[in-house]
Design a protein around this ligand. Structure first.
Ligand code: TSB
Ligand code: ZN
Length: 638
């Protein structure tokens, strides 16, 4: 007999070899149905794995956060077995549960296409029906190597285990797999799953090794959950900024032009100019001065700043001529430091706030590039504030609140705020401990004093100082850095920046770096997904589309169009000889906020009949009343 202790402290005796499934059944038959695995002395146990000694047992039921992982992991095995039946030459890499699903990496001479997935699913269902027990077996490393002698990938994984380590192997029907465990115990428990896609994946994520085929899938406990998830995936695909950006002619990427070097198309560029105006105005009101500096700098400039020591991996290679060496700048701070240094500054001049919409280049790894979200050529809504030490808190907070305002105007939401601190990596961060301690303490203090909630993240600081990073959640569900305020005591030292204090002596200013609404590239990726491509009227590249019903209405339509253009409204007149229905549908797919159909009634009454994007009803107004309506909407950014 062995003694099982439950989380509530209760103890019960069982025969040696009892399984979590049997324990669950002995408590309640409902519990047996709900259980998917167990923690036995904190080790994850399959539902059918015998417990051989006294233990603390915590059953994992379907509502536990671990449960979906166990299910998806089990489904990955099921997938592998089905693949092996259909493609007997198949060998397997790794097949873990991941967020929202699972995958398995497969090596086979067959190319597996999306069209093959239903066939594989069908085979999986067959195995579910035949109720294969997933049987665990433990063996030595040597025995395992023998067992997997024809399986180069599994062999490599086993070889990396320590000598003397026990290896666990699972058999389900004719299929054998290497695995640590945590399964449902029998394939009959797996019911609601779907294979989603196939992609290439390097063995061990190493681009020097062979490419395997990775099948992705997802598995759920109920049909309803599965359908809900598939619906979500569909919605995400429709919101994907890469798809929307192409359809709406916002931007393009081309390998001919270069990876991560986006081209802004007319619609995207129009939005960008509107945003630029918006940012200029916002900053003008807050005492920023705008300037413009070049995309290239001397290598020496970036040696002085420390970028060359700490940031070189993120920079494009240097350009060398006989007597000059240039770098493509990854940041603009050194340029702004030089501007500060170009005149004698007094304490009364501070703070000085230089803002620039900065084009800069970073050599991001090709695998990290993603649409507009992470690129190599980017334009940042940047600013550098030179301030006295007694002005730090006020200036950082002003920058922070301005960011908050801009995020609100764009109809986005802050997910959370991160205080990014350094760790002990001497290559990534400048080594002056005193400066770090002081800068980190001030940042923490000002956030605390203002009751701003934040998470601390060590190792994520800039090389020159701590950052307050403002994170937003994209419609596709991942969290990304949008805005940033950074406190820097280093660059003022490296550039020997000074101002004359009240005491007539030289003092060191501090430098506050501020990214307002990220780069245009990242911002556009977020906006496209947030609005599903239907931009609010203040941002929409085309605000009004005028569609005459017949030739007879063209003159009036032209008159309207000219009036709108004269008043800086982005109007377009559809002059094409197409059917009315076609033109209306076209304006619809382009997600234009206002459609104006011009017919007899409008001409007679000197009026406008409009329909808003996404609404069914039409409304008729006088021209002036209509203009007032949309101008108010533009002003209010609704
Ligand atoms: C704020 N020197 C500071 C500046 O003064 C700076 O460059 N900070 S940064 O490195 O954090 O970058 C600023 C912002 O640019 C980030 O917060 C992020 O929103 C955006 N960004 C960074 N890298 C990329 C990239 N590869 N693609 C698109 N946007 C990026
Ligand atoms: Zn900077």
């Amino acid at each position: 007999m062995i003694e099982i202790t439950f989380p509530d402290g209760n103890k019960k005796s069982y025969e040696k070899g009892v399984t979590p499934e049997e324990i669950a059944g002995s408590i309640a038959s409902g519990l047996k149905k709900k259980s998917v695995a167990a923690f036995v002395n904190d080790e994850l146990y399959d539902l059918n794995r015998p417990i051989e000694e006294d233990a603390k047992v915590e059953l994992i039921t379907k509502d536990n956060e671990k449960a979906l992982e166990v299910l998806n992991h089990s489904t990955a095995h099921l997938l592998a077995q089905a693949v092996k039946r259909l493609y007997p030459d198949a060998r397997f890499g790794v097949g873990p549960a991941i967020d929202e699903g699972f995958y398995y990496d497969i090596a086979t001479k067959h190319t597996i296409k999306e069209e093959d997935l239903p066939k594989i699913e069908q085979e999986m269902r067959r195995i579910v029906k035949s109720q294969e027990e997933m049987q665990r077996e433990e063996m030595t490393r040597e025995e395992a190597l023998k067992r997997f002698k024809d399986d180069p990938y599994k062999k490599e994984l086993i070889e990396e285990l320590d000598e003397g380590e026990t290896v666990s192997v699972y058999t389900q029907g004719e299929f054998v797999d290497l695995c640590r465990g945590g399964h449902l115990g029998n394939t009959r428990h797996i019911k609601h799953f779907k294979l989603l896609s196939v992609a290439g994946a390097y063995w061990r994520g190493d681009s020097d090794r062979e490419m395997l085929q990775r099948i992705y899938g997802t598995s759920w406990f109920t049909e309803e959950d599965l359908n809900k998830h598939l619906e979500l995936l569909k919605e995400r695909r429709e919101r994907d900024h890469r798809k929307l950006g192409k359809e709406l002619r916002i931007f393009m990427l081309s390998d001919k032009a270069g990876q991560g070097l986006p081209i802004w198309l007319p619609n995207g560029y129009t939005i960008r100019r509107v945003l630029e105006d918006y940012v200029y105005k916002l900053e003008k009101k807050r005492g920023y001065h705008h300037l413009s500096t070049p995309v290239l700098g001397t290598k020496q400039l970036y040696e002085t700043s420390g970028h060359f020591t700490h940031y070189r991996d993120d920079m494009f290679p240097v350009m060398e001529d006989e007597d000059e060496t240039f770098v493509l700048r990854p940041m603009s701070c050194p340029h702004h430091a030089i501007v500060f240094d170009s005149e004698l500054r007094s304490y009364r001049d501070l703070p000085i706030r230089y803002a620039e919409i900065v084009t800069q280049h970073r050599y991001e790894k090709s695998g990290a590039l993603s649409g507009l979200e992470r690129v190599r050529a980017m334009t940042l809504t940047d600013a550098h504030i030179f301030a006295r030490k007694d002005q730090i808190k006020e200036e950082v907070l002003n920058a922070f609140y301005l960011i908050q305002r801009a995020i609100h105007d764009l109809n986005l939401e802050i997910d959370y705020i991160e205080l990014a601190l350094r760790d002990n990596d001497k290559e990534k961060f400048h080594p002056n401990d005193a400066l770090w301690d002081e800068a980190e303490a001030v940042m923490r203090e000002l956030l605390d004093e203002e009751n701003i909630d934040y998470k601390e993240m060590t190792g994520e600081a800039a090389f020159y100082g701590p950052k307050i990073d403002i994170q937003v959640r994209t419609a596709l569900g991942h969290v990304i850095t949008m805005s940033t305020v950074q406190l820097d005591f280093l660059l003022p030292e490296r550039f020997d920046l000074t101002y004359i204090g009240k005491d007539g002596k030289k003092h060191r200013p501090v430098l506050i770096h501020r990214g307002l609404v990220s780069t245009w590239e990242r911002l556009m990726s977020i906006l496209l997904e947030q609005y599903k491509g239907a931009f609010p009227i203040w941002l929409a590249p085309v605000q009004l589309k005028i569609i005459p019903v017949a030739d007879a209405h063209m003159e009036y339509a032209e008159k309207l169009h000219e009036q709108f253009i004269d008043e800086d409204l982005r109007s377009e007149l559809d002059r094409r000889e197409e059917k009315l229905g076609y033109k209306i549908r076209d304006a619809q797919t382009k997600k234009i906020p206002y459609q104006l159909v011009v017919g007899d009634k409008e001409v007679e009454q000197n009026a406008v009949t409009y329909r808003k994007y996404g609404e069914k009803d039409q409304h008729t107004l006088s021209i002036d009343a209509f203009k007032d309506l949309i101008k108010k909407e533009i002003r209010d950014k609704t």
